[in-house]
Design a protein around this ligand. Sequence first.
Ligand SMILES: Cc1cc2nc3c(=O)[nH]c(=O)nc-3n(C[C@H](O)[C@H](O)[C@H](O)COP(=O)(O)OP(=O)(O)OC[C@H]3O[C@@H](n4cnc5c(N)ncnc54)[C@H](O)[C@@H]3O)c2cc1C
Length: 497
Amino acid sequence: MKRIVILGGGTAGWISANAMIDRWADKDFEITLIESPAIGTVGVGEGSTPRLKLFFDAIGVEESDWMPRCNATYKNGISFANWSTRPGFGRYFHPFASEIDRHTTKAFYFNTYARRQGVDLHAHPDRFFLLAALAANRQGPKPAENFPFVVEYGYHFDAHLVGEYLKERAKARGVTHLQAKVLEVNQADGGDIASLLTDSGEMIEGDFFVDCSGFRGTLIQQILQVPFRSFAENLFNDSAVVLPTEQGPAIGAETVSTAMKYGWAWEIPLTHRIGNGYVYSSAFCTPDDAETELRTALGLLDSDTQARHLKMKVGRVERHWHRNCLAVGLSQGFIEPLEATALNLVCNTIYDFIETVESHGFAGEGRDDFNDRTNQGFENVRDYIVAHYIMNTRDDTDYWRQNGENKNVSDTLQQILQIWKSGKGLSQEMEQLQISSSYTPMSWYCLLAGYGFYPDTRPMPADNPAASQFDMAGIDEFIRRCSLNFRSQNELLRFDD
Ligand SMILES: Cc1cc2nc3c(=O)[nH]c(=O)nc-3n(C[C@H](O)[C@H](O)[C@H](O)COP(=O)(O)OP(=O)(O)OC[C@H]3O[C@@H](n4cnc5c(N)ncnc54)[C@H](O)[C@@H]3O)c2cc1C
């Protein structure tokens, strides 16, 4: 194995190139990346999970270097607005995990337990999480040095600039970059990919190919014919419309996902603008309807700011590594960006692949297990996203009613909802039943409690021990004091200070 060829220079292509050139710096591999400026990249994808930080840490890139160049900001998590109509639960925050949570989750879990028994305790997640308070105050998630707890966080960024940054870095480390359109793919007698013919007449031979060609899946789907499993029966959205707005003086520190008539809209604060987009189902509204609804929400009805319309192919390939080809990014699959998980899956895929190859080689041993793990990762994310839809209580459009009535729910998700309804503890039950989820019980608690997925409460008897179990004012004060260790997003982004 010597020549690795990556087809595609979107974020997936450049993340893959950087990961491989770094991990295999001591190997005699030639890594070539081919991309077509005429085709371009999808150019959206502006929010991350903490997985992106691990990636930058792994390749030794400092925030002070990449963030200012990519107009990036810090992200505490995501606020969900208008998904639930239950009184008091119109909005909730899904925080990234932090060590400090262990001081408050006990109270949160207890209160959700009591509330599921019908006892009227405060059981909305937001007051229990430091990162929810930071997001509400536009404070960034990086604490002062003397704050002795790890706080996980993600980023918002300009996807195009991140691609440029990673391209420059990969090239400086020896990745060969070709700008050309691949017109033909040649296969060897056994079916492996042998070479790519470009529109400049060049034949690029390789021993292993990484398909980062985006939704078209040129190598994995079109040439190798690996079947694509659509998630359309679970997730109705297949389109998006994108519109930027101006950034105000105080930069936010959270993504906001607001339910709309036929989907939901994201709001992502970058340093120089706010990224907005409406993810919707074309079975329920036209692109024009969606654009008008988004423009109205943003106050841009009379503005000449151009909107961009995109189609999304939602699902995954059955095998992400097939023959001498690995698919990474949109070519391997995509789940709508409600929890900003795409680059998380990209990083997981490429690093799992690297580790599998390091233990078993390129020939295919370890490939089936790798494919199973990657599929599981996709299904786990899908289940968490599907939960947002089937638990909605909106009644304003057929879109929401049909989502709420959708019975295409995986066994895993049904089990999780069943545990919740039964009033049992999610952590213990999920562990006992060996329910695999990429999302921690804390994330599930936030989602289920955040929607107010509780039975009707009854007045609590005065002598109920639950009544005085946890002092909410004490928790508020604890979180207020903790938040004194954090600076505003604006201050945090002044890397020169
Ligand atoms: C509406 C929307 C919102 C999203 N939001 C998020 C988010 O918040 N967070 C997140 O993590 N992800 C998000 N994503 C996903 C994210 O955009 C992608 O995962 C990420 O950009 C990686 O894309 P890619 O590199 O796989 O594909 P692309 O960006 O499409 O790149 C494909 C590359 O292949 C090249 N190519 C294709 N065919 C050929 C050919 N024949 N010859 C030469 N080159 C070729 C193209 O030129 C291009 O360089 C979102 C996606 C969509 C659609």
